[in-house]
Write a protein that binds this ligand. Structure first.
Ligand code: RIB
Length: 310
């Protein structure tokens, strides 16, 4: 069974579904409210698990009712929680999410305890030495913790995947430790400092990051799929047509399934198709972790698409 280590955030997501997103100062009424579990780290851990991987997840929640609920949810998913730390001072992370009738969202996060993950906490994953093939990270936790995780993973010979979300500037010391970087277009623009308008400019921006030491780049393009860029060239993997109701966690579904696919030894092309299908299924459902598909669902979608291809 493929083994994936995920380090990152865990949040409670408070979502309101509205017809359209409000502009600053405006109140939009008649929304529908729901609470779900999120955080890019936790979402990616659950996505990899549902896609078929064995997963170890390191995160930090508060010593508060939300922290208890996050732990219960992760356990209910079948994840070990021995690497979920508790912070005694900060509350657990919370995200306020608005989703419009086309599934587009706007998210504000109060990271709370997620911000308290330290390099020392990361070194607790020393007992995981020799466990797993792949480390999956995002940027909702402090950068010094991300750096420590990358350094340890490299020493242990793990493949490192960094989903640079939310967008932050990264120095070459970080980028050079990343085997696979998975930005969206906005994150790619921020990281490379180069405008991204279409495929050609995206490839140029990726080349800047490759020159800074990243192993390879996959740019997630939402409904348009994913662009894989290496030193040898670029290939676009088109997205799958679905009716989007909530795009929250689509990128997380992609990253979790990608990590699983690569850890189980799929060639990159197969792993990207598998991840594209996971992302597509996720946008057809509401919420973050609630929306993540199972391995069977991903494989059924891929099979249906194969059958429909003339
Ligand atoms: O990627 C989606 C996630 O971003 C949400 O679940 C929210 O918690 C924020 O972290």
């Amino acid at each position: 069974m493929p083994k994936v280590i995920v380090i990152g955030s865990a949040n409670v997501d408070l979502t309101i579904q509205v017809d359209r997103l409000p502009t600053p100062g405006e109140t939009v009424s008649d929304g529908r409210f729901y609470t779900s579990f999120g955080g890019k780290g936790a979402n990616q851990a659950v996505a990899a698990l549902r896609a078929g991987a064995q997963v170890r997840f390191l995160a930090k929640v508060g010593r508060d009712p939300n922290g208890d609920r996050i732990l219960e949810q992760l356990e209910a998913q079948g994840l070990h929680t021995d690497l979920i730390l508790r912070d005694e001072t900060e509350p657990s992370g919370v995200a306020l999410i608005m989703v419009d009738c086309n599934g587009r969202n706007a998210i504000a996060v109060a990271p709370g305890s997620n911000r308290k993950i330290t390099p020392e906490d990361i070194r607790r994953f020393e007992p995981l030495k020799g466990w797993g093939e792949t480390l999956l990270l995002q940027l909702e936790v402090p950068l010094d913790a991300v750096k420590e995780a990358l350094t340890l993973a490299r020493m242990q010979g793990l493949r490192t995947i960094l989903n640079p979300a939310p967008a932050r500037t990264l120095d070459e010391g970080v980028l050079a430790q990343v085997d696979l970087l998975t930005p969206n277009e906005g994150e790619l623009e921020r990281l490379s400092g180069s405008p991204v308008k279409e495929e050609k400019t995206a490839v140029e921006a990726c080349k800047i990051l490759l020159d800074q030491g990243v192993g390879e780049v996959i740019v997630t393009l939402g409904e348009h799929g994913a662009l894989h860029v290496t030193r040898k060239g670029a290939e676009l993997f088109p997205g799958y047509p679905v009716k989007a109701v909530d795009t929250t966690a689509a990128g997380d579904a992609f990253n979790g399934a990608l990590a699983c696919g690569l850890a189980e030894g799929r060639p990159m092309e197969d792993a990207i198709r598998f991840a594209n299908a996971a992302g597509a299924l996720t946008v057809t459902r509401r919420g973050a972790q609630d929306a993540l598909p199972s391995r069977d669902e991903i494989e059924n979608l891929l099979q249906r698409l194969d059958e429909d291809t003339p």
